[in-house]
Design a protein around this ligand. Structure first.
Ligand SMILES: Nc1nc2c(c(=O)[nH]1)N[C@H]1C(S)=C(S)[C@@H](COP(=O)(O)OP(=O)(O)OC[C@H]3O[C@@H](n4cnc5c(=O)[nH]c(N)nc54)[C@H](O)[C@@H]3O)O[C@H]1N2
Ligand SMILES: Nc1nc2c(c(=O)[nH]1)N[C@H]1C(S)=C(S)[C@@H](COP(=O)(O)OP(=O)(O)OC[C@H]3O[C@@H](n4cnc5c(=O)[nH]c(N)nc54)[C@H](O)[C@@H]3O)O[C@H]1N2
Ligand SMILES: [Mo]
Length: 818
């Protein structure tokens, strides 16, 4: 069966009932005119365009990628692929790929060879190390490279150079997931599993538009909803997303009020005694403080703060409180907020007080966003130390020193790792003199772009950018390194439910582009980094030897990979860590039976004060949690730092649409995706539109204290008082390879501010005003009709993909069993 998967993003339903295995459905898309028989080989990999880890094979013909097909055997997607994966691979063969290194000469970027480009980086590094020391050098990496690359980068930065300035764009993405897990369980690592969807009777999504951001995970939920005994769905999101549409209860809070709402839900759950007292007693510390704290949040009070009816809060609390198997997911609506960790931790608390962890259908998914963000964290490329080691525990630093065969004082552990926003601040002040940016585009994705541009453009800051395309960020670089990417290199990565996939090289990279791993290793060799015995540091030389080294580093830690190998990862399904002698085929869930990784000598983190971010001292932690139980942390609600006011009456929030990935370097180069959402828009509610004299398609100017943006209005189901702008649109126009004005990137408007505990920037709340620039402009807003931007009122042509968006779906014919 062929389906237009732009028009029908989630594809055909395959209903199933609780406890049944999710039926397979294999989705395949090949380039024009090709059939499966024409494919010369299929090469195993997984999705690189979100955190879900959908497994797929790349079709190769004549040394080129010609399509993709989902892998039916895989536990994650059982063959399904979402629109970005079905069409996004076309970007690999774009003629605009970077194929040669570039260096800045007399103000211009000019093509050069690898020796010249690397020599320039090495010369700067050596000079800075000699004159200023390791803290003059910083690395800003990604959630989109491979495990082997992060581990290598982490060893180079922490071990060989000894700088504390290493972070990933994961700071903008999953820093709160990591921090919330560290606060509640004293260690990163996802408790739940995607198979919990198969068992849950209640699924709650907190600030998570799963339908658009993990569309095949959402397909799993839709298939449960279409089957016998469907789960109830609770949605907490200020917009009318597809999740909200299917929800039993939809709470649409004012952005930035999540803690008040969560405290009120907990108030109800505790007040009605929907509590597992035995579990609380045996496995947790800190409940009394939570009970006292949430006593101040009866539904009536939260209703006022959040702008949500009190009865709806009660209704949601009853569903959550009486669920037999509750699965919760949390993402950016909670994470990119001023009380991000505090809010996300309350979801963990809900599960702890109900004893809902580590069993089928009873789980928390503090979701990741990017495909390989979990590895950035595990391998220490986000500043955390490799293998979830604790920077505040000298014994853990000693283990790393021994693994890397270096002196212990070479590894910085005098303070928590420097977070990305602080690194930019050091660059602004001038103590950071070299910033090496890999696989991220901060000139579009960081907050307050005017400031980011001015920092990156400084002459005293030496900027290296390693990317696959020209971007808004390469435009500010001193050296640009052309990278090979997914499909052109081999490596592994781990999705949001700890499933590790191998991604094999399918084709050669274009021109002189090189794998990120090879670039980092080349730098290490040219810098002549050595261990205590004078051997090269790091000692490995290719992906598999890096993976083997990582296995040693992970041994005995919660993220134990020792039972895996490239061979074991080839052919079948992905494997969940921990995978070791105790769990030879991986472990589906963590914390079964209330066993945590929270013992003071073992844990990754002692936690932080959620209001100030001040680290908890080792002795304090020992006193509070001597036997390593789960930790219940309470917090009061604080209003957003930038609340609406008469001159800026709206709350501006930002986020994603289904068809694009981030700054669109890839998805804008896939015609089916680009056509579905070609330009920026702004979402406004019907009531606000009426009051402002706005109709669908009018050109608006949106202003905050930082900047201005122009976008056409989409009148849709967003809650009153809130505007939404997708953040995908920078000034680089992929279709014409030309610059446009600086007036379409959402981050022109966002604020330089972050959650005190996770240091994740606040992208979800800013105060804004709108002015109408032109009414009656031809055509509607360039926003999809299939998603949260679905128009209300106006009847508009639906978003379709047409002939080139047809996808073959092969459905498991067994179907729903009685
Ligand atoms: N199509 C697509 N999928 C992606 C990506 C992509 O770029 N495009 N990126 C991947 C990555 S890296 C990430 S991090 C994930 C992100 O995945 P999500 O977190 O699902 O995506 P967002 O659109 O950033 O935000 C989710 C929702 O938060 C809501 N929200 C805004 N403010 C608040 C608030 O104060 N409270 C609550 N409760 N909700 C609020 C928004 O209305 C939005 O619908 O997606 C991944 N998947
Ligand atoms: N306003 C607002 N801003 C946001 C967000 C939001 O919701 N609202 N979300 C935040 C979140 S969650 C995230 S994850 C970030 C994402 O922000 P970014 O990471 O800046 O976005 P991407 O476009 O994914 O950038 C990745 C870059 O890496 C390049 N690349 C791809 N593959 C490879 C590779 O294999 N090697 C190398 N060297 N380069 C490669 C791509 O061409 C691209 O330029 O944005 C954040 N910014
Ligand atoms: Mo993200």
């Amino acid at each position: 069966m062929a389906k237009d998967r732009i028009a029908e993003p989630w594809g055909t339903r395959t209903p199933y009932r609780p406890g049944q295995q999710w039926p397979a459905r294999v989705d395949m898309h090949l380039g024009e005119g090709l059939a499966a028989e024409d494919v010369e080989k299929w090469v195993q990999t997984a999705s690189i365009l979100h955190s879900n880890g959908d497994a797929l094979d790349i079709a190769v013909k004549n040394g080129r990628m010609v399509g993709v097909r989902g892998r039916a055997v895989d536990r994650v997607n059982r063959g399904r692929l979402g629109p970005k994966d079905l069409f996004g691979w076309q970007a690999n063969s774009s003629p605009e790929r970077l194929t040669r290194p570039l260096i800045r000469e007399n103000g211009e970027l000019v093509a050069t060879d690898w020796d010249t480009a690397m020599a320039r980086i090495v010369e700067h590094s050596k000079h800075l190390l000699a004159e200023h020391g390791p803290s003059a050098i910083g690395f800003y990496t990604s959630g989109q490279l491979f495990l082997e690359e992060y581990y290598t980068l982490g060893v180079i930065a922490h071990g060989a150079i000894g700088t504390n300035h290493v972070d990933g764009n994961t700071r903008l993405c999953t820093a709160t997931a990591a921090e919330a897990l560290k606060e509640s369980f004293a260690c990163d690592g996802q408790p739940g599993s995607y198979t919990d969807i198969d068992h849950a009777d209640v699924i709650a999504l907190f600030g998570h538009n799963m339908a658009e951001t993990q569309p095949m995970l959402w397909a799993r939920v839709l298939d449960r909803l279409a089957g016998a005994d469907p789960p109830a769905v609770v949605c907490v999101d200020p917009r009318a997303t597809a999740v909200a549409e299917h929800a039993t209860v939809h709470l649409a809070p004012l952005p930035g009020t999540n803690v008040a709402l969560m405290n009120s839900l907990l108030h109800e759950v505790i007040g009605n005694d929907w509590i597992d007292h035995g579990y609380l007693e045996r496995h947790t510390v800190g409940f009394d403080e939570l009970r006292d704290r949430v006593a101040g949040y009866p539904p009536g009070k939260a209703a006022e703060i959040c702008g949500v009816p009190a009865d709806e809060i009660r209704r949601a609390a009853r569903i959550l409180g009486t669920a037999d198997a509750l699965l919760s997911t949390v993402l950016q609506g909670f994470y990119q907020s001023h009380q991000a960790t505090a809010a996300a931790v309350q979801v963990n608390n809900l599960h702890l007080i109900r004893g809902m962890l580590g069993e089928p259908g009873r789980g928390v998914l503090q979701m990741n966003g990017q495909p390989t963000a979990q590895n950035t964290r595990e391998c220490g490329a986000d500043g955390d130390l490799a293998g979830f080691r604790n920077w505040n525990n000298d014994a853990h630093i000693a283990e790393l020193a021994q693994l890397w065969n270096i002196d212990i004082d070479r590894i910085p552990h005098y303070a928590p790792p420097t977070h990305a926003m602080q690194m930019l601040r050091y660059a602004e002040q001038g103590s950071l003199r070299m910033l090496w940016i890999s696989a991220t585009n901060p000139a579009v994705s960081m907050p307050e772009l005017g400031r980011i541009r001015s920092i990156l453009a400084q002459r005293r800051l030496f900027v290296v950018v390693q990317d696959i395309f020209h971007t808004e960020t390469t435009a500010l670089a001193d050296v640009v390194l052309p990278a090979a990417t997914w499909g052109e290199k081999t490596g592994t990565f781990t999705n949001a439910d700890r499933t590790v996939h191998l991604s094999d090289k399918a084709i050669d990279p274009p021109g002189e582009a090189r794998a990120d791993l090879d670039i980092f290793l080349d730098y290490a060799r040219r810098m002549d980094f050595r261990d205590r015995d004078g051997e090269p540091l790091p000692p490995w030389h290719d992906p598999e030897s890096a993976f083997e080294a990582w296995k040693k580093c992970s041994a005995g830690r919660p993220c134990d990979y020792t039972g895996m190998s490239y061979d074991k990862l080839r052919g079948g399904s992905g494997i969940q860590w921990p995978c070791n002698s105790e769990h030879p085929d991986g472990a589906e869930r963590l914390y079964t039976g209330g066993e945590f990784s929270a013992a003071p000598d073992y844990c990754e983190a002692y936690g932080k004060d959620l209001i100030t971010g001040a680290p908890v001292e080792p002795t304090e932690y020992r006193a509070m949690n001597p036997s390593g139980k789960a930790i219940i942390r309470a917090t009061g609600y604080l209003p957003p730092h930038e609340a609406p006011r008469p001159d800026y009456p709206f709350v501006l929030t930002t986020g994603r649409t289904l068809y694009h990935f981030h700054t669109r370097t890839k998805t804008a180069r896939a015609p089916q995706l680009q056509t579905a959402a070609p330009q920026v828009w702004v979402e406004i509610s019907p009531g606000d539109a009426r009051a402002a004299g706005v109709t669908e398609g009018d050109l608006l100017e949106i202003v905050t204290a930082r900047g201005t943006l122009r976008a056409k209005a989409r009148v849709c189901g967003i809650r009153p008082g809130v505007l939404f702008i997708p953040f995908h649109y920078g000034y680089w126009d992929a279709t014409t390879a030309a610059r446009t004005e600086h007036d379409r990137a959402a981050n022109e408007l966002t604020v330089t501010d972050w959650d005190p505990a996770s240091k994740q920037p606040i992208f979800k709340t800013a105060a804004a005003r709108v002015a109408v620039l032109a009414t009656g402009t031809p055509g509607p807003a360039p926003a999809p009709t299939t998603t949260a931007s679905r128009p209300l009122g106006a009847s508009l042509p639906p978003t379709v993909g047409g002939r080139t968006a047809l996808v073959t779906e092969t459905v498991d014919t067994v179907g729903e069993q009685p």
